[in-house]
Design a protein around this ligand. Structure first.
Ligand code: NAD
Length: 254
């Protein structure tokens, strides 16, 4: 029987890659995204390749919308085995004193509160199933500070704290919860950072990020997805509460 995974922010970048790799490995995938065109395209790509997927337009900050989404997925396919909390944004690239309170709250809502809301909403489904696995997409910014990205970094540190806490709280079901911490992947999210950091020539900032990794290159989104798929699989049955950097040794040190 196919196992069922829910992936948020799967209309672009890393989330699309995760949904695609899971489908290739036989998972049935519920794709959620605030962007309708990207989400539908992900589903089309999966179904064209012979996989099974459905799209739901969802804003992950809207807690009231998450429960009906999960209920629909569970009703359609018989249950939910896995959740990937991937949707995320950069927020302002600015010093903290130049953040408005609204900007700061928004990035925390999208990148952190959403993870708590989705995790809360999925627990009853996984309890009914007798277990499950959750992967939260953190960042190297879950593990170290980044100047001019205080909101993002605070949220991503929070994602790791939430990962560790929920791994402890729901181990009895058991639900395993892990945090994948990617280094730079050349997605639309990173494009926004290049443009803010070097508006005259975004390729300068693009190259700078490649050099932060000991491997001197970006990760391919599939290199992140492979680790997510492992963590959702039974092969990772004793891995929970972990932060797994997939970062070309960025956080290993200098
Ligand atoms: P992306 O911009 O390519 O994709 C993000 C997706 O999330 C988009 O499809 C967007 O529409 C969706 N989204 C944004 N806000 C949403 C909301 N409120 N509700 C539902 N969907 C929403 O970005 P990406 O690079 O693929 O990032 C995916 C995740 O990976 C994020 O959590 C990001 O912080 C994390 N990450 C990315 C990198 C990187 O270098 N790209 C590095 C570390 C961590």
């Amino acid at each position: 029987m196919a196992r069922i995974a829910v992936v948020s922010g799967a209309g672009s970048g890393i989330g699309r890659s995760i949904a695609t790799v899971l489908a290739e490995q036989g998972w049935t995938v519920a794709v959620g995204d605030i962007g309708e065109a990207g989400g539908r395209e992900t589903v089309e790509q999966i179904t064209a390749a012979g996989g099974e997927a459905m799209f739901t337009r969802i804003d992950v900050t809207d807690g009231a919308a998450l429960e009906p989404w999960f209920a629909e997925v569970a009703e359609r396919w018989g249950g939910i085995d896995a959740l990937v909390n991937n949707a995320g944004i950069n927020g302002p690239i600015a010093l903290l004193e130049d953040y408005s309170a609204e900007d700061f709250q928004h990035i925390i809502q999208v990148n952190l509160v959403s993870v708590a809301l989705a995790t809360r909403a999925i627990i009853p489904h996984m309890r009914r199933r007798g277990g499950g696995a959750i992967v939260n997409i953190g960042s190297t910014a879950s593990l170290q500070g980044y100047g001019s990205l205080s909101g993002y970094t605070a949220a991503k540190h929070g994602v790791l704290g939430l990962t560790r806490t929920t791994a402890i709280e729901y181990a009895d079901i058991p639900i395993r919860v892990n945090c994948v911490c990617p280094g730079p992947v050349d997605t639309p999210l990173m494009q926004g950072i290049y443009e803010a950091m070097s508006p005259d020539d975004p390729s300068v900032a693009r190259e700078m990020f490649a050099q932060t990794s000991a491997l001197k290159r970006y990760a391919n989104a599939r290199e992140i997805s492979a680790v997510v798929a492992f963590l959702l699989s039974d092969a990772a049955s004793y891995v929970t509460g972990a932060a797994i950097p997939v970062d070309g040794a960025i956080t290993a040190g200098v």
